[in-house]
Design a binder for this molecule. Structure first.
Ligand code: ADP
Length: 479
């Protein structure tokens, strides 16, 4: 895949006004992959006015016309799957197998919303008096600002822009500065798919300047953001001034509960998969593992065996199933959380230490570890670890573990394993989370709505409601 050297505004590849650029690194070896324009307020304003102009005609296209372009994008993504996956791994670090999976996952959103574009229905509502008819119609909300993270550099983009474009909105997208090439590769495919100029614009550079320009604009009617709770809250505050619609996918602190009546092999497999998905750098990654006392030792022994099989390395090697983390700050944060836990009595019971040779290439590698904790309310229990570290706590009763699982301001993903059908209903209804995995960790797909409660977010992405986030309902009465 050709690597972009410019940003994308009004269908053209453009430099920053200042001519300044910034480097993007491969976390596997810290080599510079390329440079992109370092944009700020001025370029963002141009991107917004371009999107405003493009909206005039885009919002009047039929769902079928928009569907055709999105369907074409879906096909092009599958045509270029291998090239996109290689690019994704090069800038993000995840294993090539996972990158391929992400392209499929990302393309599925495009296919799904291409279909949904044709199903934007209104209602005919019974009237309270004769001679009067009541209707609702759905219309695109307008210009949408999208800000996306680095952990799923393509899927987090298609999950936002596919429904936005399907709804008839135009978009200004700021991808993460850690992984902007994947976003720009999608723009190139959209051009090939026939998307009119100005309907999607992609800028990157000075995140806070771009964020300020997007949030303060009266013409931007919605912000869709995926990232940390800290930045999400700050952007939410900034959107108050123009009363923008918000869709926020923020941080999580997922409990992963294994009851004594669980199928332990299934639970171990689920936990390993959750920890290897993006190297644990996912907001749905299992963060706090709660094991019922009677099975904890057996579970940990099985887990050690599986963790010892992990192949760490450059994600482009086919045998790798754990690549580097995104940057050194990510590994420093993990070292801090582990040191804090160990100082408070936790024990490291497993470490896959084969990373010395890798550390010479990059400081972004982290060896998978299992930490068994004794104390409660440790930093490692309250913070998103975002890495291949399993942090274990034990519990005695269902009541106790539910209390601990819900004792957080986050509410995105939760998981539990049990073979008891009564417990399945009791526990899933008691967990205060937007997503519950019961003997399963596959919580995200284009077919179902995804999102959190509490400080994990507002709104839902995907599923039959996904497109509604980008639509306004208008009520009409005719006499
Ligand atoms: P993470 O910890 O996953 O990197 P962030 O919330 O820091 O999460 O980043 C998610 C997205 O938010 C990225 O595109 C990032 O550049 C962007 N971002 C970070 N700070 C700001 C800001 N002040 N204004 C607008 N966007 C921001």
């Amino acid at each position: 895949m050709k690597i972009a050297t410019k940003c994308f505004i009004n269908g053209k590849w453009v430099e920053a006004n200042s001519g300044k650029t910034f480097p993007i690194y491969n976390p596997a070896n810290m080599e510079v992959i390329g440079h992109l324009p370092f944009m700020g307020i001025e370029e963002t304003k141009v991107a917004i006015s371009t999107a405003v102009e493009a909206l005039k005609s885009w919002k009047s296209t039929t769902g079928k016309e928009r569907a055709k372009i999105l369907r074409k994008l879906f096909e092009l993504m599958l045509r270029d799957k291998e090239k996109l996956a290689q690019l994704l791994t090069t800038e993000q670090g995840k294993s090539i197998t996972e990158a391929r999976n992400e392209i499929d996952y990302a393309a599925n959103f495009v296919e799904w919303f291409a279909e949904e574009a044709k199903r934007i229905y209104g209602d005919i509502v019974p009237s309270i008096k004769n001679g009067q008819r009541l209707f609702t119609i759905k219309q695109p909300i307008g210009v949408v600002a999208a800000i996306t993270p680095w952990n799923f550099p393509i899927a987090m983009i298609t999950r936002k822009i596919a429904p936005a474009l399907a709804a008839g909105c135009t978009v200004v997208l700021k991808p993460s500065e850690e992984t902007p090439f994947s976003a720009l590769a999608i723009a190139e495919l959209l051009v090939e798919a026939g998307l009119p100029s100005g309907v999607l614009n992609i800028i990157c550079g000075n995140a806070s300047e771009i964020g300020d320009a997007l949030t303060s604009s009266h013409e931007v009617r919605m912000l869709t953001f995926t990232g940390s709770t800290k930045v999400g809250k700050m952007l939410m505050g900034k959107c108050a001034g123009t009363v923008k619609k918000l869709a926020l996918e923020l941080g999580g602190n997922s409990p992963f509960i294994v009851f004594e009546d669980a199928d332990l092999d299934k639970a171990v497999a689920g936990l390993v998969a959750s920890k290897l998905r993006g190297g644990g750098q996912s907001c749905t990654s299992a963060n706090r593992v709660y094991l019922q006392e009677s099975i904890s030792e057996q579970f940990i022994e099985k887990l050690k065996l599986e963790f010892s099989k992990i192949q760490i390395g450059n994600g482009l090697n086919e045998e790798t199933n754990l690549g580097p983390l995104i940057n050194k700050a990510a590994t420093d944060k993990i070292s801090h959380l582990i040191a804090d836990a160990l100082a408070k009595g936790s024990k490291e019971v497993f470490s896959n230490n084969n990373i010395d040779h890798l550390s010479q290439q990059s400081l972004c590698y982290v060896s998978p570890k299992i930490i068994v904790n004794k104390a409660e309310n440790l930093e490692i229990e309250q913070t998103e670890i975002f890495g291949p570290i399993v942090s274990v706590f034990t519990f005695k009763t269902e009541e106790e573990v539910l209390k601990r699982a819900n004792n957080t301001n986050y509410g995105l993903a939760s998981y539990f394993y049990t073979e008891n059908k009564d417990r399945i209903w009791r526990v899933s209804e008691s967990l205060e989370y937007g997503l519950v995995g019961i003997n399963d960790i596959a919580l995200a797909s284009e077919m179902a709505s995804f999102g959190g409660i509490k400080e994990s977010g507002i709104g839902r992405e995907g599923g039959k409601h996904g497109i509604s986030e980008f639509l306004e309902e208008k009520f009409m009465v005719i006499s």
